[in-house]
Design a protein around this ligand. Structure first.
Ligand SMILES: Cc1cc2nc3c(=O)[nH]c(=O)nc-3n(C[C@H](O)[C@H](O)[C@H](O)COP(=O)(O)OP(=O)(O)OC[C@H]3O[C@@H](n4cnc5c(N)ncnc54)[C@H](O)[C@@H]3O)c2cc1C
Length: 393
């Protein structure tokens, strides 16, 4: 339905009212810039609302460059140093939002994620930012200033910020829009692929382990030179859980993962001449019994431990430490938490996020080829890159 047509002339037009776009809007507004946020959904920050199981893991105390993937690992350093987890915590404290550290520096709201979106809304209001919801962009022109055509009319601005995120979870509004704008202005892209995503396993794997769907193990998973210690979950299509989501960002089709089932050492599964228990019973002390039984029946001749020879026992320990699995593919963007790749960082200033060859055009947040590990890092990148652009746009 077409409502009355508007013509807005502002200093800064921001397309995308998610974490990065709102942070940028607040900062630019605080500098006295007139700001319009153009959002196609019927509310801002939908991903914030569903994040962290509804509690929003809004930052990580340990956020540093080593927790991010990018073709240029140095690119994120400047923005992360200028707007740190402590800066965002100060904002959360100012709004009296209660939070807690779950583990490894991961900060979550005690209550609901909408406290974060309300906080951002309030900050936007105080900074004089205008937010336009259900506003769909049909085209962008650059004629000295930027002209953004939408179903609600036209926006004219001297700075244009693209904060439309990545491709994950299309059903809540993710689009390839940011990449299309990058192409329109001649900027290169690093191919966007799903990250932090469950992995699909082969039919033969599922024939053995498919019945374990819902079972979770504490493991160390390695791919290349990256390892993560966390829980791995069997699903009816393959593997998920935090350890798998983390390693999925490093996994490439055709490569295998190595799973260490004895990451806490082999204590509890020692072989003595008196040990009459079956191998599966011993492994069942370290891991869920259902898994232990299934794994031992599949991988070994499952028998009382004292009956294994020295050589057989060493082989068993080797297999338990280096279980190799070969995922077939990922569950794709519909299940991915983030998008790896995006606007090539070579095209942007790491200080301002402005396109080096298109003055006034900025890219921030997940649309850029910077992707965090699981655990609050992706929001920290959204806040930091949004803040950086907000100082200059
Ligand atoms: C299920 C789930 C849980 C997550 N949990 C966490 C977590 O707990 N901690 C963490 O750090 N990260 C988490 N993430 C990742 C995090 O949500 C993103 O990295 C972050 O939201 C990226 O911020 P952004 O502003 O760049 O993009 P987004 O938050 O995706 O915002 C982009 C905005 O642009 C809008 N938009 C898109 N296309 C258009 C268009 N053409 N016109 C107008 N508007 C448009 C979208 O509707 C959206 O509002 C999670 C992701 C998912 C999917």
């Amino acid at each position: 339905m077409q409502t009355e047509s508007i013509t807005e002339t502002v200093d800064v037009a921001i397309i995308g009212g998610g974490a990065a776009g709102l942070m940028c809007a607040i900062e630019a507004g605080k500098r006295g810039r007139t700001v319009a946020v153009i959002e196609h959904a019927d509310q801002i920050g939908k991903k914030i609302l569903i994040s962290g199981g509804g509690r929003c893991n809004f930052t990580n105390l340990k956020a540093g460059p080593s927790s991010f993937l990018s073709s240029n690992p140095h690119f994120c350093k400047s923005a992360l140093a200028r707007y740190t987890p402590a800066d965002f915590i100060a904002l959360v404290d100012k709004h009296r939002i209660k939070y807690h550290e779950k583990k490894d520096g991961q900060l979550f709201c005690d209550h609901r994620a909408h406290e974060i979106t309300r906080m951002l809304e309030k900050e936007c209001r105080e900074a004089g930012v205008k937010v336009f919801l259900e506003t769909r962009v049909s085209g962008i022109r650059h004629e000295g200033s930027f002209l953004v055509q939408t179903n609600r009319g036209e926006f004219r601005s001297s700075s244009l910020v693209i904060a439309t995120g990545g491709l994950s979870i299309p059903k809540i509004g993710a689009t390839a829009f940011g990449y299309d704008v990058a192409r329109q202005f001649g900027l290169k892209l690093v191919e966007p692929i799903p990250g932090l995503v469950p992995l699909v396993m082969s039919e033969s794997f599922l024939r053995v382990f498919g019945s374990l769907s819902g079972v979770s193990l504490d493991v160390r998973i390695t791919c290349g030179n990256r390892s993560f210690d966390d829980a791995m979950l069997f699903t009816h299509r393959g593997l998920s859980g935090p350890a798998i989501l983390q390693i999925s960002s490093y996994w490439k089709p055709g490569s295998s993962l190595e799973i260490d089932l004895l990451k806490k050492g082999a204590d509890g599964i020692t072989r003595t001449p008196e040990e009459r228990r079956y191998l599966s019973t011993l492994l069942g002390v370290l891991h869920p019994k259902k898994f232990a039984q299934c794994f031992c029946d599949h991988a070994f001749e499952n028998k009382p431990v004292a009956q294994y020879s020295e050589r057989e026992w060493n082989e068993i320990l080797r297999v338990l430490r280096t279980w190799r699995v070969e995922p077939v593919t990922t569950e794709g963007f519909s299940k991915a938490e983030v998008t790896l790749g995006g606007v090539d960082t070579k095209e942007l200033s790491s200080k301002t996020m402005e396109a080096l060859n298109v003055p006034g055009l900025y890219f921030i947040g997940e649309v850029v080829d910077v992707t965090g590990h699981l655990g609050g890092f992706n929001f920290q990148w959204a806040w930091s890159s949004g803040y950086a652009a907000g100082q200059y746009a």
